[in-house]
Write a protein that binds this ligand. Structure first.
Ligand code: UD1
Length: 365
C-alpha cells in the first residue's frame, strides 16, 4: 500500500514522524514523505528531519512562501503531477496549514483517498487561515482521525458520517515521548544562562499578533515588563523577525534586559527549554498541547483556541495584551493549578492510526 505523508511546515514534522516510523515497520505499507517546501529554512525544516530521525523526503515540491492563493495553488499544481505519476493508495495530511488543504484538494479530485490526522479541531474563527484549511480538509477527507472528543463532536455537527471519524489521540505526544531521553539530556538553558524553573519561554507568529505594528509594539512592551521580573527566552519565527525589522523594533528588543532572543530552535532543543521553564507565553497551536501534557502553565495570546481541551483539562489560558502581564504575575505567585492529561495523549497514537488503516483496508478488500 503506497502511502504519501504530506509534510510542509514546522508543526507538521512532529506529526508525520511517529506515523512514518510506525508504518515503516509494517510489511504491507510503503510510506513516502512528500515535502511541499512551505517551510524551507534549515531551522524550520531540515533540523526537524534530523531530530525526528526522518530521512530526506522522497518527493520535494519546492513550493516556498507566497500569498495564500499562490502557495495553495502551487502545491496543488506540483502535487497533482506527483499524484498522477505515483497513484498512491492513500494520502495522509496533518494539521491545518495551507499545504494540508492543497494536497487534499489535489488528491480527492483524482479520486485518491485522503485521511486527515488532527481532524475536527475548530476555533470557530474564520478570520484565521487555519480554520478555513481545517473546514475544507475535513469536508473532503475520507477518514478523519481526531485527537479528542470535541473533534468528534464538531465533525458530527457538520454532518460528517460517524463511520469516517476515529479518535486516535494526539500524535505530537508520540514525538515527545519518542525523543524524551534526548530532550532531557540537553542543557540549552545552560547555554542561555538561565536557571531551570526560573525563566519563561515566549513564541509569537500569528498574523493577528505580529503583522500589525500596534499590536506587536504593545506585545513587545509587555514582554519587556515581564522580563524585568523573570528572564524570557524568545525564539523568533521568521515572520515575526521580518515584521520586527520592518517596524524598526528589532534593535530595541535585542537591547532589552532579560529578553533573550534566539533563532528558531530544533525540536529537541526547543522542547528542552519548555521542559525546564516556569511558564510559556505563546500563540502557537501545538505548544498549548505540549504544555498541557507537561503540566506547565501556558498563556495563549489569542481570542479563541481550536484546542479547548487544553483549557478545560489542561494548563492553558487565553489572554490579551490587556491581561497577559497580570496573568503572568499570577502564575509567578501561585502554585500551578491542578490539571489532567486528555485521553489518548499517551504516545501510542501512531499505532492506533496504523490499526485504523489496517481495519479500513480489510473492510474495502
Ligand atoms: C504557517 C502556518 C501556520 C503555522 C506556522 C508554523 C499557514 C496558513 N500557516 O505559518 O498555521 O502555525 O506555519 O510556523 O499555512 N519564512 C521563512 N522561512 C521559512 C518559512 C517561512 O523565512 O522556512 C517566512 C517567509 O517570509 C514567509 C513567512 O515566514 O513569508 C510566513 O511563512 P508561511 O509558511 O507563509 O506562514 P507561517 O507564518 O510560517
Amino acid at each position: 500500500m503506497l502511502i504519501h505523508l504530506i509534510a510542509a511546515a514546522r508543526p507538521n514534522f512532529m506529526k508525520i514522524a511517529p506515523l512514518y516510523h510506525a508504518l515503516k515497520k509494517e510489511d504491507w505499507a510503503q510510506p513516502k514523505i512528500v515535502h511541499t517546501g512551505q517551510h524551507y529554512d534549515v531551522n524550520m525544516s531540515d533540523a526537524f528531519f534530523v531530530d525526528l530521525g526522518l530521512s530526506e523526503p522522497d518527493l520535494h515540491l519546492g513550493v516556498n512562501s507566497n500569498t495564500h492563493a499562490e502557495q495553495t495553488g502551487r502545491v496543488m499544481i506540483a502535487y497533482e503531477k506527483a499524484l498522477i505519476e505515483e497513484r498512491p493508495d492513500l494520502v495522509i495530511v496533518v494539521g491545518d496549514v495551507n499545504s494540508t488543504v492543497a494536497a487534499t484538494l489535489a488528491a480527492v479530485k483524482l479520486g485518491i483517498k485522503v485521511a486527515h490526522l488532527e481532524a475536527g479541531l475548530r476555533s470557530f474563527d474564520r478570520t484565521m487561515p487555519e480554520e478555513i484549511n481545517r473546514l475544507v480538509t475535513d469536508t473532503l477527507a475520507d477518514l478523519l482521525w481526531t485527537p479528542s472528543a470535541d473533534g468528534d463532536e464538531n465533525l458530527v455537527r457538520e454532518g460528517i458520517p460517524r463511520h469516517k471519524i476515529i479518535r486516535v489521540g494526539n500524535i505530537m505526544i508520540d514525538s515527545l515521548e519518542m525523543l524524551r531521553k534526548d530532550i532531557e539530556k540537553q542543557k540549552v538553558f545552560k547555554e542561555l544562562n538561565v536557571i531551570p524553573g526560573e525563566y519563561g519561554v515566549a513564541t509569537f507568529h500569528r498574523p493577528a499578533n505580529v503583522d500589525n505594528q500596534t499590536v506587536l509594539k504593545e506585545l513587545c512592551g509587555i514582554l519587556a515588563r515581564i522580563a524585568k521580573k523573570i528572564p524570557l527566552i524568545f525564539p523568533v519565527h521568521p515572520r515575526t523577525k521580518k515584521n520586527l525589522e520592518n517596524f524598526e523594533m528589532w534593535e530595541m528588543l535585542t537591547d532589552l534586559q532579560g529578553v533573550i532572543l534566539v533563532d528558531p530552535l530544533s525540536y529537541i532543543r526547543f522542547m528542552n527549554l519548555v521542559f525546564n521553564c516556569h511558564f510559556v507565553l505563546t500563540d502557537s497551536g501545538g505548544i498549548q498541547e505540549e504544555t498541557t501534557y507537561l503540566k506547565i502553565p501556558c498563556l495563549t495570546m489569542r481570542p479563541n483556541t481550536e484546542r479547548p481541551i487544553t483549557i478545560e483539562q489542561g494548563t492553558n489560558r487565553l489572554c490579551t495584551v490587556d491581561n497577559m502581564e497580570i496573568l503572568t504575575e499570577k502564575i509567578l505567585s501561585e502554585n500551578t493549578p491542578k490539571s489532567s492529561i486528555p485521553e489518548f495523549w499517551d504516545g501510542h497514537t501512531a499505532q492506533r492510526v496504523v490499526e485504523s488503516i489496517k481495519n479500513v483496508t480489510a473492510q474495502v478488500s
